[in-house]
Design a protein. Structure first.
Length: 414
């Protein structure tokens, strides 16, 4: 391995965990040759564990331009890997009897009581709406069947209104409550439960966690999840004494290639956002997210601390899409590709239903998600494996690296 890439392999014993050591070592060579040497990725970090114990943990590339190598202390913007954490937070409140999956959203967030479904207009014309076939339920927020959308999808007049209103700006003028009020003024793309659309649903869920718990979302996370799990390096804003550990973040621009998007040393993630995003706002480390994955794999418990019950984790990781459908069939936009055939969606996670249709190795019941800066994780409760992958390049769908990593990991099982 070229030491210029700062490759680091942490003390692990793959053979003891049922992995072929030489085959697991392919991961680092693959990442270096295909993604680091080519300049596609600035850095990469992979953690593979079985039964909660790390079997492979390696880091390649500089954390910052011209800086030292990525290591186990490096901080990454995990974006939508925040969503499972927000979903766990909500299910903790379900277990306390404060809310249920079939609770209408407007019972907790009254702003949504009179929300309508798009029926024409938009752009320079006023929206026309019709009444939804049924109210939006809490389960719709967890599984993205709410009818809400994301402004970046550039697909409909509704997501145009999200962009025009600048309602998804974490450092804008809107608090989380004000964000909810603005979203609820806009039409739904479809009647709740009718389709699947990746959306601000989990941000709205975060607002529900605030209302139900009486705590700001950052405090709920810190006090009820991160402190109990020992996730000391996970937060919405990087503390001043840890900012030197935050990696540089990049985006791909047509005709320009990879360009710096957010410099670690002068990052937007160093300031507390006005709008706390349960859908994508957190910064974390591979080792912290490893602890979150261990808790999930252990049925809601880690090191004697229980966040949720075993049956709650089981419920969250079932396919909850209407008609037992899959993303390739039910999705209106992102994740409607053939590669998502056989993949359902649970309460905060995608869930593999039919391994053959996914066309890569895996297990039925495996659950996962990723973030816009190409971070990813998966948890396989059958093989008792989980992976955490960290890098910092958007958009996340430009390279098939997540599928490639899964193939490499499963090919190393003995």
């Amino acid at each position: 391995m070229n030491k210029g890439y700062g490759e680091r392999m942490h003390g692990t014993t793959p053979g003891r965990h049922g992995f072929d050591t030489a085959r697991l070592a392919r991961i680092d060579a693959f990442l270096k040759e295909r993604y680091l040497d080519s300049g596609r990725l600035p850095h990469a970090q992979v953690l593979v564990a079985r039964d909660g114990e790390i079997a492979h943990f390696s880091s390649i590339g500089p954390a910052r331009e011209g800086g030292s190598a990525v290591d186990e202390t490096s901080l990454f913007r995990i974006a939508s890997m925040t969503k499972p954490i927000t979903s766990i937070a909500f299910m903790m409140l379900v277990e306390e009897g404060k809310v249920a999956l079939d609770t209408p959203v407007h019972h907790i967030l009254p702003e949504f009581e009179h929300v309508g479904v798009y029926d024409g207009g938009g752009g320079d014309l006023p929206f026309r709406t019709k009444s939804p076939a049924r109210p939006m339920l809490m389960i719709d927020l967890l599984r993205h069947t709410s009818g809400l959308t994301y402004g970046f999808q550039n697909r409909t007049n509704v997501d145009l209104a999200y962009r025009t209103g600048r309602i998804e700006q974490w450092h804008g003028n809107l608090t989380l409550d004000a964000f909810v009020a603005e979203v609820a003024k806009l039409p739904l793309e479809f009647s709740p439960g009718e389709a699947w659309n990746y959306s601000v649903s989990t941000d709205v869920l975060g607002a529900a966690v605030q209302r139900l718990s009486g705590l700001p979302l950052d405090r709920f996370f810190a006090e009820r999840i991160f402190a109990p799990l020992g996730m000391a390096d996970t937060f919405f804003a990087v503390p001043p004494d840890k900012i030197d550990r935050l990696t540089d973040c990049y985006t791909l621009k047509p005709g320009e290639g990879r360009v710096l998007y957010d410099r670690g040393a002068a990052s937007a993630w160093a300031a507390m956002p006005t709008q706390l995003s349960g859908g994508g706002g957190l910064v974390s480390t591979a080792l912290d997210y490893h602890r979150f994955c261990r808790m999930c794999l252990n049925g809601g418990e880690l090191d004697g601390v229980r966040l949720v019950g075993r049956k709650t984790i089981e419920l969250m990781t079932m396919n909850h899409l209407p008609g037992a459908s899959d993303l390739a069939t039910l999705s209106r936009s992102l994740f409607s590709e053939a590669t998502n055939a056989g993949v359902g969606f649970g309460l905060g996670f995608a869930v593999t239903q039919d391994v053959a249709r996914t066309m890569i190795p895996g297990s039925k019941g495996e659950y996962y998600w990723g973030g816009m800066f190409s971070t990813a994780f998966f948890i396989d409760p059958v093989e008792r494996i989980h992976m955490v992958f960290m890098t910092q390049v958007s958009p996340s769908n430009i390279y098939p690296i997540r599928r490639e990593l899964k193939t490499l990991i499963y090919s190393a099982l003995t």
